[in-house]
Design a protein around this ligand. Structure first.
Ligand code: EPZ
Length: 417
């Protein structure tokens, strides 16, 4: 039994606290490999992916201790620079240990992350960039064997503003000899959060959050305390929930300046959203209006918002065309599940045409991944009868107590394990 049960329960109300950002904290944890001493990460979300990253660090000889939303990480120096298949297989983001291990220890053995529901997801940009910094790679038996005789600063131009490739190269460049430039870098707020912590550790980074990042390598870095930024994808989930179920809520801790495009897009559909003293206020009192959506690297509409937007479009008035430009292979796997609830969606390659319907009906559906699982649960807020989202552990990977937070907003939701 690994499911989430949702029943329609009318408009939402009250407030919800956003947790720290999954796609930042995972890289902040990897960055602790760059220095000795005790780190403390505040606002560290209690999600399954963080546990996997802690297991990975502990398998290398790092000590991690949680106390509430604080995570203490101490790195002694006797590190086994290896990321085994068993852990990388559970979370492909483990690849971000490659840069810090190479930079500090001059060698690393990291299992190649396999494909997932989005498609092949290669790491060629990570390897090409690190090669330009002087690393050499041997790929065999499913592992990347990496080594270098001290990384050297380089100018790396990314073919696509890859999020984790930017993170990996940034964590390599901070200890490389000389200056590095990362061109066409990812501009996500999580990249800027990583750079902020690295600079606090003694690094010399400028331009993080823009497409050109400059790094002056230093000899050594030291451990620090850092507060993880709020999770903008989680915050957008609660805005989508109000759009779908109606109501008025406050989203504590959300940063509207990280969410311009999605707030605009959901606003165009009829959700009123504005910054509040402690986060965001969101309200919706009439049926959503369809619009078109195209995903793009930040600051465009993030691909992680797309399943939320498709569920909103599924119950909107009108027709919306959705175009996936980041994971072009196959990020519509969950659409078939939504159609089992009565949605009217046609997909063709990396496009989907969503014809809004007045009513959905509850059904047993399967979560193919984290964002898809949450999008199906939100559909359950307005579907007749009960919706059972199976394989709900996908949701636990990136959402802290999702069912509890839904109940806090007045919804009927129950997590069954
Ligand atoms: C990060 O994945 C996020 N994960 C993803 O969030 C997010 O969907 C994605 O960025 C895009 O915003 C984490 O931060 C842990 P990319 P990442 O490298 O870095 C291609 C979630 O639900 N590419 O920016 O792996 C790639 O195939 C997750 O929280 C190469 O071709 O994504 C894709 O088409 C899902 N070669 C595109 O670039 C490479 O070497 C963008 O991928 C690297 C990437």
């Amino acid at each position: 039994m690994d499911s989430l049960l949702v029943r329609p329960s009318g408009p939402l109300s009250g407030s919800v606290q956003v947790s720290g950002a999954k796609n930042s904290v995972l890289k902040l944890l990897a960055a602790t490999l760059l220095a000795r001493g005790e780190f403390v990460l505040h606002n560290a979300p209690r999600i399954a992916d963080v546990e996997v990253m802690c297991d990975l660090l502990m398998s290398m000889g790092v000590d991690t201790r949680r106390s509430g939303s604080d995570l203490a990480v101490s790195c002694s120096g006797d590190i086994v620079p290896e990321a085994p298949y068993e852990l990388v297989e559970r979370m492909r983001a483990s690849i971000v240990v490659l840069g810090p291990l190479l930079a500090r220890f001059g060698r690393a053995r990291v299992s190649m992350p396999g494909g997932d529901n989005f498609g092949t997801r290669p790491i060629d940009m990570h390897l090409k960039g690190l090669e330009m910094m002087g690393a050499t790679f041997d790929i065999h038996h499913g592992y990347v064997e990496a080594s270098c005789d001290g990384l050297l600063g380089a100018r790396v131009v990314l073919e696509f503003p890859s999020h984790t490739a930017t993170d990996n190269l940034l964590m390599a460049a901070v200890l490389a000899k000389g200056a590095s430039t990362i061109e066409n870098a990812a501009r996500e707020p999580e990249v800027a959060d990583l750079a902020a912590m690295l600079n606090r550790m003694g690094a010399r980074i400028s331009g993080a959050g823009t497409s050109t990042i400059e790094v002056e390598g230093v000899e050594e870095l030291s451990a620090v305390e850092h507060t993880v930024i709020p999770d903008r994808i989680e915050a957008a989930t609660w805005v989508a929930a109000v759009g779908i179920a109606g109501g008025e809520i406050t989203i504590e801790g959300a940063r509207s300046d990280h969410m311009d495009m999605v707030i605009q897009k959901m606003g165009a559909m009829g959700v009123r959203v504005s910054p509040s003293r402690s986060g965001l206020w969101a309200s919706c009192s009439r049926r959503l209006q369809s619009t078109d959506v195209a995903t793009l690297p930040y600051p465009g509409i993030a691909t992680d918002y797309k399943p939320l937007l498709v569920t909103m479009l599924a119950v909107s008035e009108g027709i919306g065309i959705v175009t996936e430009n980041v994971f072009r292979d196959n990020r519509f796997a969950y659409v078939a599940e939504l159609m089992r609830m009565g949605a009217d969606v046609r997909t063709e390659g990396h496009h989907a045409v969503v014809r809004g319907v007045p009513r959905l009906s509850g059904a047993r559906v399967k979560a193919h991944d984290l964002r898809a699982g949450v999008a199906l649960a939100l559909a359950g807020l307005v579907a007749e009868g009960e919706t059972e989202v199976q394989e709900a552990s996908h949701i636990d990977r990136g959402y802290e107590d999702f069912a509890g937070k839904l109940r806090g907003l007045g919804a009927e939701a129950e997590r069954r394990r």
